[in-house]
Design a protein around this ligand. Structure first.
Ligand SMILES: C[S@@+](CC[C@H](N)C(=O)[O-])C[C@H]1O[C@@H](n2cnc3c(N)ncnc32)[C@H](O)[C@@H]1O
Length: 220
């Protein structure tokens, strides 16, 4: 995504072109088994669509996002949910402090961090996750090869992207190619290494296609 998240028009472009059906967020609610004993954090919460759904299930829901326009939209959306809180913060500046989480979620957001930054971030937040806590990460990541081999796999990657996005491919192509080349989707193996170093185990590895999917981690 080659836009500036602090720019209102770019945030509006994303919210329109990449709007997520509520049913899709409902699947994450099920996978995370959200319940009223949970304290949930959503890193890169964007316009708050997932938090709106999730905050109806959990004890406390926290969203963290760098984008002022997205944070404002999320705060408005969640105004009637006193158990929710939206923090304007970068991932790397976020400090859990006394907070303790039983569930974590991050979708289409952590590819903004380089691999060393991903590791720094996960090591920083890991102590705030209770034993047994679940963390669902969904993002661009390469399931079949390490990031270093991306250019070698470029033709197959483009063919797979055209298949995956179908009729939406032409409209999304510029954003997706920018994300592959200029942002930092990494190998699923690298994500696994990072989570394991931080004391999580990967419980499920669910590719939606070769370059996008979900890891479900559980805190040891
Ligand atoms: C592609 S959107 C995803 C939003 C939402 N999670 C979804 O699934 O639709 C990425 C979000 O990550 C946020 N973001 C990007 N870089 C960030 C950073 N360094 N720290 C915190 N948030 C960041 C952006 O502001 C944006 O709201």
């Amino acid at each position: 995504m080659d836009g500036d998240w602090k720019d209102k028009d770019y945030a509006a472009h994303y919210n329109k072109l990449y709007a997520t059906p509520t049913q899709e967020f409902g699947i994450y609610v099920g996978v995370l088994d959200l319940n009223n004993g949970d304290s949930l954090v959503d890193f890169g919460c964007g316009n708050g669509d997932f938090l709106l759904l999730a905050s109806g299930k959990v004890n406390h829901a926290l969203g963290v996002d760098i984008s002022q326009p997205q944070v404002e939209t999320a705060r408005k959306k969640l105004a009637s949910r006193p158990n929710s809180e939206i923090l304007l913060s970068t991932f790397l500046d976020f400090s859990p402090g006394q907070r303790r989480f039983t569930k974590g979620f991050s979708r289409k957001a952590l590819h903004h961090l380089t691999d060393p930054e991903k590791e720094k971030f996960i090591l920083n937040i890991a102590p705030a996750f209770k034993p047994g806590a679940l963390f669902l990460l969904e993002d661009g990541m390469f399931f079949d090869f390490p990031r270093a081999d991306m250019e070698k796999n470029w033709e197959a990657l483009m063919a797979e992207a055209a298949r995956y996005y179908g009729n939406g491919w032409e409209a999304k192509k510029k954003d997706i190619i920018y994300s592959f080349r200029e942002e930092f989707p990494t190998g699923a193996d690298e994500w696994t290494r990072i989570f394991e170093k931080a004391g999580f185990n990967i419980k499920q590895r669910l590719p939606k296609c070769s370059f996008y999917g979900t890891l479900l981690a559980v805190k040891g």
